[in-house]
Design a protein around this ligand. Structure first.
Ligand code: PAF
Length: 290
């Protein structure tokens, strides 16, 4: 049976001197993607902490914060079933007792993809993640690849600020039709759910074109976006092909790329991505090797 702690001082006292801690930061509404993170953390660490905190400073729209799914009782059951040792579930007043005047900014990496459409979002994410790292002091922390930009920003924050934590990335878990698991999927109507996997389809179309040798990002984007726009219920936010580390758009593909998109279905925003691992060092002009 896990223990639940809400206060920062109490958590610090409980973890004092403990080594081999794995942290899985979450905003709750746990699904199979989170379960995968928790299972891997359980295998790799002596002591597993899951944090459950819907972080207000990473929401750019109040309506989005208000309707974010909250399923604490069920989340605690999931944590128990997966052998989590401790759940840290602070309130906003526990984590932000005074007005927050200090933030982690990553303007270059935040300028692209989701960051270009959600002002302040990644500043809120990086700030709360660094706070959690400082409070829990884990040896390892676990994040899903579905939030590729979040992962890139956290990795770079850890590197740039010499944070003593190993960031572990865990593959996206998908529904049978390819839809990436997300707490926001709970907000889709039955009709929206039926078309939601179109984002994954578009990513697969892009991937297949690259595999066939297409190297012009514009041509790939046009075809992939066409797949999404055929479904009139969708509203595309972006579909980009970028460098996986710097997240800057790539015009001609000559190495690994991150292909990422975001689209709206009604009032719900969905994101997804895939990485083409490429063949480093091969000239794109040379085409596929014989
Ligand atoms: O990915 C999430 O659920 C959140 O962005 C995180 C990392 C828990 C920070 O609030």
């Amino acid at each position: 049976m896990h223990e639940t702690i809400v206060g920062v001082a109490e958590l610090r006292a409980r973890l004092a001197g403990r080594r081999g801690v794995g942290l899985v930061p979450t905003m709750g509404a746990l699904h199979a993607g989170h379960k995968r993170l928790l299972e891997i953390a359980r295998r790799e660490n002596d002591f597993v902490v899951a944090s459950i905190f819907v972080n207000p400073i990473q929401f750019d729209r109040k309506e989005d914060l208000d309707k974010y799914p909250r399923t604490m009782e069920e989340d605690l059951r999931v944590c128990d079933a997966l052998g989590v040792d401790l759940v840290f579930a602070p309130s906003a007043a526990d984590l932000y007792p005074r007005e927050q005047l200090t933030f982690v900014e990553s303007p270059t990496l935040s300028a692209h993809l989701c960051g270009a459409h959600r002002p302040g979002h990644f500043r809120g994410v990086a700030t709360v993640v660094l706070k959690l790292f400082n409070i829990v002091q884990p040896e390892r922390a676990y994040f899903g690849e579905k939030d590729a930009q979040q992962l890139a920003i956290i990795r770079r924050m850890v590197e740039d600020l010499n944070v003593p934590v190993v960031v572990r990335a865990v593959e996206t878990v998908r529904e049978p039709d390819g839809l990436a698991l997300s707490s926001r999927n709970k907000l889709l109507t039955a009709e929206e759910r039926r078309v939601a996997s179109v984002l994954f389809e578009a990513l697969q179309v892009a991937l297949a074109l690259i595999e066939k040798g297409e190297r012009a990002s514009d041509a790939i984007r046009r075809k992939a976006i066409g797949v999404i726009e055929r479904r009139t219920q969708t509203r595309l936010e972006y579909f980009d092909i970028t460098d996986p580390d710097t997240l800057t758009p790539v015009e001609r593909i000559d190495g690994p790329v991150l292909i990422a998109g975001a689209m709206w279905l009604g009032t719900t925003r969905l994101i997804d991505n895939v990485t083409w691992r490429g063949t480093p060092g091969r000239s794109p002009a040379a085409g596929p090797k014989p």
